[in-house]
Design a protein around this ligand. Structure first.
Ligand code: HEM
Length: 767
């Protein structure tokens, strides 16, 4: 702990001690309420959580000196003046004018008036979490970075996930890129890995960033639409800038609508450099791999979620951490030899290209666990300031022109967003490593620099602080020369081959979704020439894709070559991506599908449900660490045919199938008869079915499936399987007899683990 933090702690303790003095004896009204049941306890800032408990997270502990626990404190002004009354302003007479003399009123309103800071220019909507990173094995041959060489270190991290386009209050599930920014609080300083959930980007040079962002953001005249790319300006831009083709395929794919922030990959995007203690360097790409696998929503579901629960991702992350289901991601590296920048048939400095894993496999080097929610959204999530330039010895940048632009942009924007040059002193931004330099003063300076010498070199201050020598950050030795130019490298001109690779790697269902997404988005473009120009780009990527979209959007696929405006990089010869024509890693179909952990299951019941069936399936789901919610026509106890009542978690009116991963309906004649009368219940099932979700029905509930018109087409459908009297038909699991319950529960869990069942024919199913 440095002296400043220690002093602050003493001050805090004194303040709390002082606060104790004026606390009046509790009146009957002020007496603390009776203890609440454990499930209703307020968030305990420091709960014990086992050997890897966050108490051992140094960053979380360091934040303690800044935390303000108001327990037992008396209300004061910011000057510490105890306040006796805060519900009425000071007035001249009870019905008279308010008086300027009321300092408490003025302070309270002034502070309120200034509560907001500018939202981020991009990535304004986000959610964050604390956690830690552990390394699997030292990597001395790759890097001298201390945290990548010490397997005993438990490096604290703070992660912020975000969408790019929408403003702070926009919905979580919009079609967009997700930011995946990670700060490692290492003992050599903060290392920020500021990535996205897609491995490439729209543009090759950062000077075009304002253009692509202006194009995708709401249109300037009317600020419409919010958090959407489905409008003319975005498609106008990308149809004129063919280097965006590859990224456009990612954004139109299922990757842009993740099921959960816990179920999406992360990528550093650019090629970075790692430098070993020997001075040897390699080129690397960073990857995050979620342990639960990457999974996505369905577009119709994502749109409905934006209304039913705009905080869907934020809530999912928060609840998972609160309930101890800590999100985990493995950190992976693709390592390429220095000098191999052009070896793979494209340029490693071009951020519109990924390195197919068939050419360079991903080596998993460690695991990150997110195990603590922030305590103050504003103090931690809103004020965290990531910066690509926050590097540690052993990790460096490359000449990727997008990366180079980012090195300028983040610090620059944060100077305004966080109100001056001292935002590194905001608790969440403070490194754990000691800070000592001659930088000083400016708005909101917290540190009291002691001493006379605020320059280097000095003798008056005994030469402090000293240079770190070999332990410090030393830039790599690299010869840099070249003519002044704004030209784009010829090696950056293959704009289509990787877009083609991405499309070729999709499963049939993913390809269908891609066509639907493009048809939806371009269907909203009002100007025909833009739609047509975009089809020209699609034709270069995949003529079949272009034809399918063309059939939906009322314009023909153009025949001539792709034209670009003057100054825009025209497409050049296509590369062959090192001979890779389809890559497994690019399809979500090959993601892990072996767990139902943290999946949310709705159990639809009404009075008279079959308690034994409900208990049997519930037990199996909970054993797999799924989360079961009881959804009933009304709140309160729901009584089974026999046995103990269940408490309803949600009503059919308040819940919606889109909030769940799967649905189970136990039998019980009275319960099923009641649900059959409920349009909400039937709609719930139809919608879940349409979205490819696992559905199980037992006993009389099979009739509900038939009523919802899911039965006739699917119970005897092609590909259905009968196991121990259980019919398993593309994720629809039904059994009439009680003896089949164990097999039904097992088959249901298997179906949930599959995530979605795309083989169903759902075109005719209403939703
Ligand atoms: C590979 C391309 C890029 C990726 C992966 C990326 C990623 C991110 C992420 C994850 C954030 C959110 C940080 C947070 O949660 O606080 C962010 C914010 C931001 N990015 Fe980027 N970005 C990219 C390109 C660029 C470029 C080219 C620029 C400008 C030249 C830029 C400018 C910004 C700005 C201004 C912010 C807001 C930062 C703040 O207010 O704290 N980004 N970016």
């Amino acid at each position: 702990m440095n002296a400043r933090v220690a002093a602050r702690r003493v001050h805090r303790k004194q303040a709390m001690a002082n606060n104790d003095k004026p606390v009046p004896p509790p009146t009957p009204i002020e007496r603390p309420p009776a203890p609440r049941p454990a499930s209703e306890q307020p968030f305990d800032p420091m709960p014990a959580r086992g050997p890897d408990a966050p108490e051992s997270n140094e960053k979380v502990a360091a934040l303690e000196s800044f935390r303000d626990h108001p327990r037992g404190a008396v209300l004061t002004t910011d000057q510490g003046l105890p306040i006796a009354h805060t519900d009425d302003t000071l007035k001249a007479g009870v019905r008279g004018p308010s008086l300027l003399e009321d300092a408490h009123f003025r302070e309270k309103i002034t502070k309120f008036d200034h509560e907001r800071i500018p939202e981020r220019v991009v990535h304004a909507r986000g959610a964050g979490a604390h956690g830690y990173f552990r390394l699997y094995e030292p990597l001395p041959e790759l890097t001298r970075a201390a945290f990548l060489n010490d397997t005993s270190a438990r490096t604290p991290v703070f992660v912020r996930f975000s969408t790019v386009v929408g403003s702070r209050g926009s919905a979580d599930t919009v079609r967009d890129v997700r930011g995946f920014a990670t700060r490692f609080y290492t003992r050599e300083g903060n290392f920020d890995l500021v990535g996205n959930n897609m491995p490439v980007f729209f543009i090759q040079d950062g000077i075009k960033f304002p253009d692509v962002i202006h194009a995708v953001k709401p249109e300037p005249a009317n600020e419409i639409p919010q958090a959407q790319s489905a409008h003319d300006t975005f498609w106008d831009f990308v149809s004129l800038v063919p280097e965006s083709a590859h990224m456009v395929m990612w954004v139109m794919s299922d990757r842009a609508i993740p099921r959960s922030l816990r179920m999406m990959e992360g990528f550093g995007v650019h090629t970075f450099r790692m430098i070993a203690a020997s001075g040897a360097s390699v080129l690397v790409k960073f990857h995050w791999r979620p342990v639960l696998g990457a999974h996505s929503l369905v577009w119709d579901e994502a749109q409905k979620l934006a209304g039913k629960d705009p905080d869907f991702h934020r809530r999912d992350l928060w609840n998972a951490i609160e309930t101890g289901a800590f999100p985990e991601y493995e950190l992976g590296l693709q390592v390429m030899a220095e000098g191999d920048e052009l070896r793979y048939g494209f340029d490693l400095l071009d951020p519109t290209k990924l390195v197919p894993e068939e050419l360079v496999p991903v080596r998993r080097i460690g695991r990150m666990v997110l195990d603590r929610n922030p305590q103050s959204f504003f103090a931690e999530v809103e004020q965290v300031a990531f910066h690509l330039g926050n590097l540690v010895p052993g990790i460096e940048v490359t000449d990727d022109p997008l990366l180079q632009a980012r090195l300028f942009s983040y610090l620059d924007t944060q100077l305004l967003r966080l109100g001056g040059p001292n935002f590194h002193e905001i608790p969440i931004n403070r490194p754990l490593a000691p800070v000592a330099n001659h930088q000083q003063d400016g708005f909101h300076r917290d540190t009291i620099n002691v001493g006379t010498a605020s320059y280097h070199p000095n003798s008056i201050g005994s030469g402090c602080p000293f240079l770190a020598g070999g332990a410090g950050f030393v830039h790599r030795r690299e010869a840099v020369h070249g003519e002044l130019t704004r030209r784009r490298s010829e090696s950056f001109r293959d704009h289509f081959s990787q877009a083609t690779l991405f499309v070729a790697s999709q499963s049939p269902a993913e390809r269908r979704h891609l066509i639907e997404a493009l048809s939806f988005e371009l269907g909203k473009v009002t100007r025909k020439p833009i739609r047509e120009r975009m089809l020209g780009i699609l034709r270069e990527i995949d003529p079949g894709l272009a034809a399918a979209v063309s059939a939906n959007i009322g314009v023909p696929v153009p025949t001539g070559p792709v034209q670009v405006p003057e100054g825009t990089s025209p497409p050049g010869p296509r590369g062959d991506n090192g001979g890779v024509v389809a890559s497994r890693a690019l399809s979500l179909e090959h993601q892990p599908r072996d767990s139902i952990a943290t999946r949310k299951i709705a159990m639809l019941v009404a009075d008279g449900f079959d308690g034994a069936a409900a208990a049997r399936v519930h037990a199996e789901l909970v054993r797999g660490r799924a989360i079961v919610e009881v959804v009933a026509p009304v709140l309160g106890p729901v009584t089974p045919e026999s046995g103990a009542a269940l408490e309803a978690d949600k009503t059919l009116a308040a819940a919606a199938s889109v909030l769940y991963d799967a649905v189970f309906v136990p039998g019980g004649a009275a319960s099923v008869a009641r649900l059959e009368q409920s349009g909400d219940a039937v709609h719930f099932l139809q919608e879940a079915f349409k979205h490819g979700k696992a559905i199980a029905a037992a006993g009389e509930a099979v009739e509900l499936i038939v009523l919802a018109e899911l039965g006739e087409s699917v119970l005897a459908g092609e590909g259905a399987e009968v196991r121990d009297d259980v019919i398993v038909d593309h994720g629809l699991v039904t059994a009439r007899g009680a003896a089949a319950l164990p097999a039904l529960a097992e088959a249901f869990c298997e179906a949930i683990a599959q995530h979605r069942h795309w083989q169903r024919n759902v075109d005719a199913v209403p939703a």
